[in-house]
Design a binder for this molecule. Sequence first.
Ligand SMILES: [Zn+2]
Length: 353
Amino acid sequence: MARMPGATWRPVPNYTPNGQLEVRGLVVHIMDGTLAGTDAWFRNPASQASSHFGTSRDGRLYQWIDTQHRGWAQAGGNKSWLSIEDEGRGGQSLTEQQLDRVAEVFAWVVKTYDVPLKVATGPDDRGLGYHAMGGKAWGGHTSCPGAKIVAQLDEIVKRAAAIVGKKPTPGTGGGSKTPARYQASINGLKYGYGATGGHITKVGQALVARGFGKHYKSGPGPTWSDADTLNYQAFQRSLGLTGAAADGVPGEGSLKKLLGTLPGKAPSAPKYAPFPGAGFFSPGRRSELITLMGRRLVAEGCSAYAVGPGDHWTEADRLSYAKWQRKCGFSGADANGIPGPTTWAALKVPQPL
Ligand SMILES: [Zn+2]
């Protein structure tokens, strides 16, 4: 049994009993919502979601699951990694208070499970990790917790090291000997170790043209190798990026600077999300699909949002959808704001990644 002293114990029912097979480290997430909303969501068995810890932007710390149990936060990474969800919207940085709380939790994980004081480079490494590093096997959440928070991980390790009273493990902060081996998805295309395609060759050629080709022994070619990662890392550092933000896996900003544009998949084969059923759209539902739906509604001029759209199904979603139904020619009970198969198909909501 392991509960962290100082964390507010808020047990939830969503976990796999005694399912934490090992602890390679702590994975940082962004809630894209509030601590209270997430707390309620994790209490709902239908959500099939949870994490071990959670912070609020004003510095509260919850522990939802004993660390001997497996949380449901990062799919294939759950059995080996503990998890911490952080209050805030995608794209935000963590607050000073959150940096302190995450550092305290990480310091406790370091002491309790003998985890190295460093930023992890991928699922097979150990240390302080983040959701996107797990790639597809961890659910393909490439924007969790977001580049701004990834860039804060070195600072969290530094603060944790001060708590533990040790120096960070050498090789931290992008200087690690093992290149990062996860993939990032940008505009529908994959980058990072093992990714293949003509767009990978183009990145390599652009790196060589800019003078960042010294790690290629052959190529560049269409399959992303460690040499691509190391060359890309050198390019990131030339942009002033440091730490985990310069781990050699492309982010949107650096890729655009390298290529001058963001390549995308041919728009000829769009993949739209199938209608999930009217019952899906109920209060408390949280899904990336709802965010994607909301963005399409806004694009169609059917917004009733004061903020957002976000990933929780809200009254603003319903009112926006009712506008779309009226735009499609429906009225009365057929325009009640609860999606139906016809208007859903017409809206062309993209598939979540
Ligand atoms: Zn996440």
